[in-house]
Each structure stands twice: as C-alpha cells, then as structure tokens.
Design a protein around this ligand. Structure first.
Ligand code: HEM
Length: 214
C-alpha cells in the first residue's frame, strides 16, 4: 500500500476506534445502577457476572483508543518513551479486558456458540499481547511488530462487530444483537486477522530483526 493510503486507513481506524471507545463510556453508569441505551440482553449479562463483564467493558475501550497511536511511525521514532509507555498501558488494558472477556464469554447473550467464539478471541487476544510484550523485552522488534498487528486486529473487532450490527439488521433480517451474536463472535475478528496476515505476507515482513527506536 502507498504511504497516502496507509495514512488514510490509519486515520479512519483511529476515528472509528475513538468513536466506539467514547460510546462505551456509558457503561460507567452501570456502576451506579443505570443502563443508558444499553441492550437488555447485555444488561442481563452484567447482572449475571458484574465484576467480569464490567471489568471487560470499562477497560477494553482504553486499549481500543490507545492502540492506533502505536502504529504511527513518526511518533515511534520521535517519541520512543511515549511509545513504550502507551504500549504498556495498551497491553495491560488488553490483558485485564481479555481476562474479563474470557470470564464473561460463557454467559454471552448469544448462547454457547457465541461464547465459544468470544472465548477463542479472548485466548488469542491474550496470547498475541503476551507474545508482543515478550518479543519487545527480548529486543526482537520485528516479531513484536507482527504480534502487535495481530493484537490490534483483534482489539479492532470491537469496531467491526458494531459496524456489522446495522448491516445484519437492515440486510440480513436479524432483529436483535443477541440473535446475531453467534455470527458476530466470529465475523467480528477472523476477517481482521486474515487481513493482517495477508498484509504481513504481502509487505514482506519477516521475523528477522529490523531497526527500532531505542
Ligand atoms: C478482543 C477481545 C474481546 C473479547 C473476547 C470480547 C468479549 C466480549 C463478550 C463475551 C461480551 C459480552 C457480549 C454478549 O453477551 O454477547 C462483550 C461485550 C462488550 N465488549 Fe467486548 N470483547 C473484546 C474486545 C472488546 C474491546 C476492545 C472493547 C472496547 C470497546 C470491548 C467492549 C465491549 C463492550 C462495551 C461490551 C458490551 C456490549 C456492547 O456494547 O456491544 N470489547 N465483549
């Protein structure tokens, strides 16, 4: 991809991620018993497993909003300390939100098949973040880059899931989020992971070391 199109994709990704993260702020009201514009099926999940679900729903948006800045090459080169600190916040948020997601998945509003999809996503998400963190600590920045691309492909599933909901309702005849969620638990993230795998293969990224800001 040309530099201009990469910048365009990154800009769109950042705006969508910020929008979904801001919209998720309404879940803070659940801590004091309010559920503004929150789907009744999701409310039931929160009642069932409040600590797990709210840990996930309140911490996940931090990772979603922080992630895009890590992919700006200029920022990485000019502000390496900022990259490292934002990276720590991102990974810790993913691990906490991922543990919350894994514990919430068995109670997913869409039933066991949805729960299985979200559970697989949570395990893959946690694995990519641990892989990326370990690679950075070991100084293998080529591997770090690839792990983190996969990590954010999954984080961004929070956006693709929400974009697919209106499509499913308008064009495919679904009537509610929970009716659609056995599909969304897979379609929200597997295409993102495939896109990153193709991008990585086509741009010739390998696990061999490439220079990275100290
Ligand atoms: C990538 C791994 C993720 C997994 C495995 C996961 C899993 C889940 C599960 C199981 C639910 C309950 C849904 C249901 O009952 O059907 C849920 C809901 C939710 N998740 Fe995630 N999630 C992930 C990422 C994120 C991220 C990055 C955010 C950031 C915005 C997020 C925010 C939410 C919110 C706000 C809800 C409440 C439902 C809604 O508003 O649509 N999740 N997630």
């Amino acid at each position: 991809m040309e530099a201009g199109s990469v910048r365009f994709v990154r800009c769109g990704m950042t705006l969508l991620a910020a929008g979904v993260a801001l919209w998720s702020l309404r879940y803070w009201a659940a801590l004091s018993g309010g559920y503004p514009l929150i789907d009744p099926d999701i409310q039931r999940v929160i009642h069932h497993v409040p600590v797990q679900a709210l840990t996930h729903m309140l911490v996940g948006p931090i990772a979603l909003a922080a992630g895009p800045f890590q992919f700006i090459p200029g920022l990485r080169a000019r502000r390496p300390r900022l990259h490292r600190w934002t990276g720590r916040v991102y990974i810790v948020a993913c691990l906490i939100a991922g543990a919350g997601a894994l514990a919430t998945a068995p109670y997913a509003s869409g039933g066991p098949f949805a729960g299985l999809g979200f559970g697989l996503l949570a395990v893959s998400w946690i694995t990519a973040n641990i892989g990326g963190w370990r690679a950075a600590l070991a100084g293998n920045f080529a591997a770090h880059r690839i792990w983190m691309r996969f990590s954010y492909a999954m984080t961004f599933g929070a956006v693709t899931l929400r974009l697919q909901i209106p499509i499913g309702m308008i064009f495919l005849g679904f009537h509610s989020y929970s009716q659609m969620s056995p599909w969304l638990a897979y379609t929200s993230w597997i295409p993102n992971v495939i896109a990153v795998a193709l991008y990585t293969a086509l741009t010739g990224s390998t696990l061999s070391a490439r220079p990275h800001p100290a």
